[in-house]
Ligand binder design. Sequence first.
Ligand SMILES: [Zn+2]
Length: 109
Amino acid sequence: MAEINSKDLPEFEKDGFVCPHCHHQSQQHWGSINEPITHYFVDNFGIASCNRCHEKSIWAEKKMVYPLESSAPLPHEDIPSEIKPLFEQARKVLIFFSTCFMCIVKISN
Ligand SMILES: [Zn+2]
């Protein structure tokens, strides 16, 4: 698996980063919505489109809100194909476990 440098990490309005969909370093094209969403105003809202796979990532308050990106490592390239889907599911569940963990910590204080 290729090592990811901090300069490759997704960041709001960055010209290029490792795409959360295709996992390749690629140029990102940014767009924004300048109209208020219902009666709420969302600061620093943007949509980035990957130049390689053309999938979109959605950002609010300078944070990626879609797709949800796990902090867990990507599966190793030699991982057996029958295990890879389960590994990917586990990466996604980690997002919710960490959120649940923080909720439990806040409630307990
Ligand atoms: Zn992509």
